[in-house]
Structures are given as C-alpha cells and as structure tokens.
Design a protein around this ligand. Structure first.
Ligand SMILES: *[C@@H]1O[C@H](CO)[C@@H](O)[C@H](O)[C@H]1NC(C)=O
Ligand SMILES: *[C@@H]1O[C@H](CO)[C@@H](O)[C@H](O)[C@H]1NC(C)=O
Ligand SMILES: *[C@@H]1O[C@H](CO)[C@@H](O)[C@H](O)[C@H]1NC(C)=O
Ligand SMILES: [Fe+2]
Length: 480
C-alpha cells in the first residue's frame, strides 16, 4: 500500500511537471482519483470529559477564547470568550510584553437560550490601532482566574507581503478533527480560513449548547493565538422548528464575530478583509445571493474595491463548492455558480475555497460561463482567467467521509481523494504561492497534493510582466 502510494505520488508529480510545461493548451492530463483508504478513528464525537475539552480552572475563568481579524486591513482583532458563573468584565488588557498590559479595551457580552439551554456570557472585545507585524500579549478574566494569551499582527498590506494561511472545513469534534487540528498547528499557518460547518452541535438537540461550548474549548489552543476567519455552513443554520428554534444561525452569530462592517456589509455572514498580500471575500451559501439581494449588491461593490496592485491574491471562501464531482452534495453550489461565476472569471479570482463535501478535491482553471438556458455550451472548459476551485470539507466531523466520486472523473477535476486533512497556502510574493493539502495519514501529516500557484494578476499578463520586469522574474506561465 505504502509502496503503491509513493509510486502514485511520484507519478502524480511527474504528470504535474508535464502539465506545467504543456500548460496553456488546457487539460493536458487526466485528473487523479486517489485510491488511498485510511483507517484511523471512528466518526464519533470525543467524549465530553476528554482533556481536549478541558474547562480552565478557577471561578468564572474565561473559556473558549478565540480571535478574528477586527478591521479591513489587519490592525485590529476581535477577542471573544465565554464566562459561565457570572458575566464578569468584558475587558481586555494588552501590551507588548507579558508583564506590561498597559492598554485596555472594553467589549460587550451577550447570551442566548436554545431549546432549554442557557448559554454562558459570551464576550466580544475589539482592540484596534495595533501596529503591523507585532506580537501582542493579552489578558482576560478576573483576579486568580485571569488568563493570558498572545497573537502576532500581520504585515502591512502590500503586494509582496508573505503570509501563510491554513484552510480547514467541516471540522467537528471527533478524534479525526483533533488530528486535523494538531496537524494544522504544526504546519506553520499564521491564520485559518475556515470554510464553514464548525461544531456539528446541530446533530444534538438537548446537548446542542454543550457541544458548541466543547467545540469552543477544543479549538482554543489555536484560535486564541491566531485569527480564524469564519464563514458559515449549513450546520450553523440550526433551523429546528420541531424544538421551537426557528432563528437561523442563532448560536453561530452569538458566538463567532466577524468584522463585517469594515467592508460595508450588512450581515456578519458575508464580508471581506485584506491581510498581507491577500483580499479575502467570504460569502454565505445559505443567505440570499441572487440578483438584487443584499449579498449580491455587496459582492458587486466589493469586487470593485479589490486592488491587485496592493493585494495581488484574490481569494473567495464559501461553504457549498461550485465544482464538486463527489456524489455527496452534488450540484448544491450550482445556484451560486450561475450567479457569481462570471464575476470570478472577470475579476480573475485566484482561488475559491469551499467545504461541505467531506473529501478533498482540486479543479483546474475552468469555467462554464457561456452556458445559458437557450443555447450554447453546457460543459466547463479550460479558462485561464478562472479560479482554481478547492474543496477542503475533510476536517473530520462525525458524519464521516464522502467516499463516492462520480465516474469517470470529469475533465475539470485535477485531484480528488476522500481522506481527512487540511490545506496550507504559503504566499511568497506577488507571483508565487506554494499550496499543499495535508492528509491526516493515520496519525501523520502527509503533504499529498502539492501545487505552485501563479498569481492571476501578476503572473498571467505578459505585458504587465514586461513592464514590471524587476518584480516579476518568473520564467514560465502555468494555468494553475
Ligand atoms: C442573560 O443573562 C442575564 C443575567 O444573568 C439573565 O437575566 C438573562 O435571562 C439571560 N438572557 C438570556 C436570553 O439567556
Ligand atoms: C446563449 O448562448 C449562445 C451561445 O453562446 C449565444 O449565442 C446567445 O446569445 C446566448 N443567449 C443569450 C440570451 O444571451
Ligand atoms: C517570488 O517567490 C518565488 C518562490 O519563492 C521566487 O522564485 C521568485 O523569485 C520570487 N519573486 C520575486 C520577484 O521575488
Ligand atoms: Fe456542510
């Protein structure tokens, strides 16, 4: 098995190299369907008394600490946490060293009920006017139960600002989820792009709130120290009329903040931020997005704000994938494709990350924008201006893997495998980003799908390359 697998990776790399060389003609090679089958953990949630969910000691100690970007350009952070005994202060003290918390910010708390569950006090506190590329220490909570953490702000917005993102989706709280989280934490990622479906607490009715709480404690070891940028999935909707819960996204919106107002959005469910050399647009698959809706108007305007001279890397996050050749959730992204795909091509989006399907898949640069309901082409075709679509719904939740792919593999699909894992995107400069999907290979992290992405703005326009010769020395163009 191991033997065969290494052979496959070798073969794949060889094919990949040939593909890069032959690139501009379109599909030069057939896609790969990896036959790797893994055996690690069962698809059941970790018991609540496991140390992965440990409650911090002390009266009213802050728990479920997590941070996210708090503004458009990365000079602010929203710090969130939960207290259970009493509200306590919503205050954060912070500073440049551990024993010098000389700055202070005041936040707010909220609480909610869900089918008999009363939430703790959920605090959100914005700290702003931070310096770029600086390590900040922060402290929250009361007296003896106060807790201390730190985070690093990103570099100033700029075309060559390097940055490494992790991409995680559909995480849940099983031992597979824990394996994904641990591997991510070893991968050098500086922030997480989370593509929806967080806790899978909606699989519970009575224990719903308890499983949101355990998930908050589960991710704290990463999310308290680096921002996780949230997008909402179907498991966040929690529309459960049979138990009288009919407010969509109730738990999610109380618990996970986003800086949506900084990008003039009217909803925390869709927004955008800029970070280092990236412009990241977060869409909501489960909010209205057709023509004339608020999300449609917002995206139309936001795409005009993108300045590839400052942020060359244009990345879109959503939950339901637009190009997916797995039998699970087949064509559920089709509505969004018909509305937004032509914009993605027009604006030369680099990468679209999605989750939802519990497997991994990467497309070639393809589009289907000539299709219409009267006549015309009805099949995706190679398109150098199109994004690469990547599905990373393989975080490890209790629903297990989606192992049935359509057969044969469609031409647009470059690589697909039903295993757990996460991705890392290591942006080097305005032209190059190193990408890999890291499979949780029976306890080990194995970089399985490795690709160099060339920027859609800086590396695909020959004229621009000649004009800015000093910046662009890349010797070949690929369609990735
Ligand atoms: C929120 O907390 C306050 C103070 O403990 C309590 O009186 C109120 O009922 C709670 N509200 C909800 C919606 O749980
Ligand atoms: C539909 O597609 C065909 C072929 O691309 C094109 O000629 C035609 O103009 C399109 N129809 C409309 C109404 O856009
Ligand atoms: C961008 O990064 C790539 C990969 O590290 C490197 O080969 C290339 O020379 C860099 N380009 C510039 C302009 O620094
Ligand atoms: Fe989902």
């Amino acid at each position: 098995m191991v033997e065969a697998y290494s052979m496959q990776v070798f073969l794949f790399q060889f094919l990949l190299a040939s593909f890069v060389l032959l690139s501009s003609v379109g599909y030069s090679i057939a896609g790969i369907t990896s036959a790797f089958v893994r055996t690690e953990w069962p698809s059941v949630d970790i018991p609540l008394d496991h140390e992965a969910f440990a409650v911090p000691k002390g009266y009213n100690a802050p728990q479920q600490v997590h941070i996210t970007q708090g503004d458009y350009d990365g000079k602010a952070v929203i710090i969130s946490w939960v207290t259970v005994d009493e509200p306590g202060p919503s205050e954060v003290t912070y500073g440049l060293s551990k024993d010098k918390y000389d700055k202070k910010a005041e936040g707010k708390f909220t609480n909610y009920t869900f089918y008999g569950y009363n939430s703790g006090y959920i605090h959100h506190c914005l700290i702003d006017s931070l310096e770029h590329e600086t390590k900040y220490y922060y402290k929250i909570g009361m007296k003896n139960s106060a807790r201390e953490f730190w985070f690093q702000t990103p570099p100033k917005i700029g075309p060559d600002a390097p940055y490494t993102f992790g991409i995680i989706g559909d995480l849940g709280q099983t031992f597979n989820s824990l394996s994904t989280l641990d591997h991510y934490m070893q991968s050098g990622g500086q922030a997480v792009l989370f593509v929806g479906d967080l806790s899978y607490a909606d699989r519970y009715e009575h224990e719903n709130g308890i499983r949101w709480d355990s998930w908050g404690r589960f991710i704290e070891k990463s999310a308290a120290y680096q921002p996780w940028l949230w997008s909402a999935g179907n498991h966040e909707i929690e529309y459960m009329p049979h138990v009288g819960e009919v407010t969509p996204f109730k738990s999610y919106l109380h618990r996970y903040a986003t800086p949506y107002m900084a990008s003039k959005s009217i909803s925390p469910l869709w927004y955008s931020v800029r970070r280092a050399s990236t412009h990241i647009i977060v869409l909501s698959s489960y909010s209205p997005f057709v023509k004339y809706t608020p999300q449609w108007h917002w995206l139309k305007d936001e795409l005009l704000q993108v300045d590839r001279e400052k942020t060359p890397w244009l990345i879109v996050l959503m939950h339901a994938p637009i190009y997916n050749s797995n039998m699970a959730h087949y064509m559920e992204g089709e509505g969004m494709r018909s509305v937004f795909e032509s914009w993605f091509v027009h604006y030369k989006v680099d990468l679209v990350f999605a989750g939802h399907v519990h497997a991994y898949e990467r497309s070639y640069r393809i589009s289907n924008i000539n299709y219409n309901i009267t006549s015309g082409d009805r099949y995706p075709i190679p398109d150098k201006s199109a994004p690469v679509y990547i599905t990373v719904g393989d975080g490890g939740n209790q629903e297990g893997l989606a192992g049935r792919f359509t057969n044969p593999q469609p031409d647009y699909s470059a690589f697909r495998e039903a295993s757990y894992g996460h991705s890392t995107l290591e942006i080097k400069n305005r032209t190059h980003a190193f990408y890999r999907w890291n499979r949780n290979d029976d306890g080990n992290q194995v970089a399985t799908d490795t690709v160099i992405f060339y920027n859609q703005y800086w590396a695909s326009n020959l004229q621009r390359r000649r004009l800015k010769k000093n910046h662009c020395t890349a010797s070949r163009i690929a369609t990735f």
